[in-house]
Design a binder for this molecule. Structure first.
Ligand SMILES: Cc1cc2nc3c(=O)[nH]c(=O)nc-3n(C[C@H](O)[C@H](O)[C@H](O)COP(=O)(O)O)c2cc1C
Length: 168
């Protein structure tokens, strides 16, 4: 799948088949995240690959996201703010920026493998911390289920280019 197809076909998938994710495909997805850029190349991230069903269920106790635990794999992307680049003149910590790039690399690589994914940020960090026994320095920022979609969701609307781009 070329890059244009990847960005055109990616969807937030909210229904998964139980078929396992092949190790080779999962490996390529993880490698894509490893290669993500980060401010000053600090790589302030850590990824938890959750395959144990009981742990997946513990990550999503709220009925809003029960479908996410049904995917065979859940990826939990954590930032390490203490390791991230901090802009000296206004003290902006770039951990969240780096984590977003890292997670989107995962998501786009998953699409290229024919796998579904869905960014999930509407979670209680305390619940995720408890489920994964996270060290204090690991801050859960985003999660995504990973698995084969039951169906391809319709595309969601986007603003027109003219609305979001200013040429000067
Ligand atoms: C930072 C971020 C957080 C999101 N959090 C959630 C979430 O908690 N639950 C959910 O179902 N979808 C979540 N989404 C998915 C968005 O709802 C989805 O990307 C948007 O509606 C556009 O649809 P599409 O991804 O299919 O193009 C999130 C997306 C992003 C980028």
């Amino acid at each position: 799948m070329d890059f244009a197809d990847v960005v055109q076909t990616r969807r937030s998938v909210r229904a998964y088949r139980t078929d396992p994710v092949p190790d080779a495909a999962l490996g390529r997805v993880l490698e894509a995240a490893r290669l993500a850029p980060s401010a000053c190349n600090k790589q302030p991230w850590h990824l938890y690959v959750v395959r144990v069903e009981a742990t997946r269920l513990a990550l999503f106790p709220h009925e809003r996201h029960t479908w996410a635990a049904e995917a065979p794999v859940v990826l939990v992307a954590c930032s390490l703010p203490d390791d991230a680049w901090v802009r000296a003149w206004d003290a902006k910590n770039h951990a969240d920026v780096d984590l977003a790039i890292f997670t989107e690399h995962l998501v786009l690589a998953a699409t290229a493998e024919g796998l579904g994914s869905c960014w999930i940020c509407a979670f209680d960090p305390a619940v995720v911390r408890a489920a994964l026994q996270l060290p204090a320095a690991h801050v859960p920022v985003a999660m995504t289920p990973l698995g084969y979609p039951v169906a391809t969701p319709d595309p969601r609307p986007r603003k027109a280019l003219e609305e979001i781009v200013t040429w000067r």
